[in-house]
Write a protein that binds this ligand. Structure first.
Ligand code: ITT
Length: 197
């Protein structure tokens, strides 16, 4: 059975593939039919994940899974949040987004740099599934003063993980998956599917 991964983000695909392995789906990458960024018009992570999953599923006639996620920084009232992918403007890469974040927090002391990653997952079990499976994950940490490490993607180099004393970009991929927002959301999804039988 095929499942479309409704994302263009290679970092997400690398993390989702091993997490979803227990389902035994053949994962089909989304090639040229993704939701354009401008069409991600939801006001919440869940709404955007629904838009992406529906679009992929309608386009292919296959089950689809979408991940909408982001980094919410308390001192910035939850920004970059829904705008995490393009915080520094259209076409911005991770380095530009991180530079903008560090600049915005330049005067904020260490004890006030709390943040969390959020992930909303939407699974359409079939193309017009009227009752999608929705799960979420939340990963607390804080924002470093400078980037550290080269693993992961996005904001990982500036996301400090207190229980391991390093940035998310310094964690082994399997360990990040064990504790991250995305890992939590996928495990919740697997449990719900198991409960459905
Ligand atoms: P798709 O919409 O194609 O899935 P995207 O990257 O545009 O890709 P989002 O709109 O959900 O996806 O934006 C998520 C952004 O949040 C992502 O680009 C990163 O900047 C950040 N992000 C999410 N999860 C992350 C993680 O595990 N580590 C670091 N940054 C993360």
């Amino acid at each position: 059975m095929e499942l479309v991964l409704a994302t263009h983000n290679k970092g997400k695909v690398a993390e989702l593939a091993p997490l979803l392995a227990p389902l035994g789906y053949h994962l089909r990458p989304q090639s040229d039919f993704g939701v354009p960024e401008a069409a991600e018009t939801g006001l919440t992570f869940v709404e955007n994940a629904l838009l992406k999953a529906r679009h992929a599923s309608q386009h292919t006639g296959l089950p689809a899974l979408a991940d909408d996620s982001g980094l919410c920084v308390d001192a910035l009232n939850g920004m970059p949040g829904l705008h995490s992918a393009r915080y520094a403007g259209p076409g911005a890469d991770s380095a530009a987004n991180i530079a903008k974040l560090l600049e915005a927090l330049a005067e904020v002391p260490v004890d006030q740099r709390s943040a969390h990653f959020h992930c909303s997952l939407v699974l359409l079990r079939f193309a017009e599934d009227p009752a999608p499976l929705i799960t979420e994950g939340r990963w607390p940490g804080r924002i470093l003063k400078a980037a550290q490490g080269s693993g992961g993607f996005g904001y990982d180099p500036v996301f400090y993980v207190p229980q391991y004393g390093c940035s998310a970009a310094e964690l082994e991929p399997a360990l990040k998956n064990r504790i991250s927002h995305r890992g939590q959301a996928v495990r919740a999804l697997l449990e719900r599917l198991r409960a459905e039988g």
